[in-house]
Design a protein around this ligand. Structure first.
Ligand SMILES: CC(C)(COP(=O)(O)OP(=O)(O)OC[C@H]1O[C@@H](n2cnc3c(N)ncnc32)[C@H](O)[C@@H]1OP(=O)(O)O)[C@@H](O)C(=O)NCCC(=O)NCCS
Length: 172
């Protein structure tokens, strides 16, 4: 199947958001915690918070529903003093009818290329039950740090984040 990988333009945002929604349904968490406007702003503002790549097929390969944008990934910068720079891969999604045709491999390789240009490794977390995606990453050479380094992945958000922030000393 012919396709090309490229960063999205603002006109592509409707397709990116459509696939964000499809992915959230796939992960059985349909209530997105961000709004369409927030995501658009983070992607297309003057200093974007996120990087994005999409896979686009020619019109003759469009999906049954007529879409030509069939996959996307979102990633952002991360840093760790052990390993230095990394890109943190958030979303990674290939539409079901376009799977098994090399799109996922090309998308991940392009993230690796972009990462290498910026001297970055790739980091990501995945839900325990999502074995197809974990197997895909491992097949592509990813190291499962939960196995090799017994790492935990933690988050401060909501009340816990509010409480912590309220306890911060005044900056002088
Ligand atoms: C996993 C996924 C990304 C693979 O994309 P794809 O386009 O179907 O994969 P490709 O056709 O590019 O296959 C790439 C390679 O990975 C391998 N592969 C694909 N799925 C695999 C799996 N489940 N287990 C092991 N290897 C797998 C292929 O055999 C292929 O190997 P090769 O490079 O040696 O030929 C895709 O199925 C997907 O989007 N799944 C749902 C995503 C999801 O759950 N996201 C939630 C987290 S954000």
């Amino acid at each position: 199947m012919d396709f090309r990988i490229r960063p999205p333009k603002p006109d592509d945002f409707k397709d990116v958001f459509r696939m964000v929604t499809e992915l959230s349904l796939l992960e059985k968490s349909p209530d997105l915690q961000i709004s369409r406007e927030e995501l658009k702003q983070d992607l297309f503002c003057e200093t974007p918070f996120l990087q994005c790549l999409i896979a686009e097929v020619p019109a003759y390969c469009k999906t049954w529903e007529g879409q030509t944008t069939v996959a996307y990934t979102l990633f952002t910068n991360a840093y760790c003093t052990w390993n230095g720079r990394a890109v943190y891969l958030g979303d990674f999604y290939v539409m079901p009818e376009c799977r098994g045709k090399g799109v996922g491999r090309a998308l991940l390789s392009t993230v690796a290329k972009v990462g290498k240009e910026q001297h970055c490794a790739i980091m990501l977390t995945e839900m325990r039950g999502n074995t197809p995606l974990i197997d895909f990453y491992i097949a592509k050479g990813g190291e499962d740090l939960t196995v090799t380094e017994r790492r935990h992945f933690l988050r401060f958000d909501g009340d816990a984040l509010d409480k912590l922030a309220q306890e911060a000393p005044q900056c002088t």
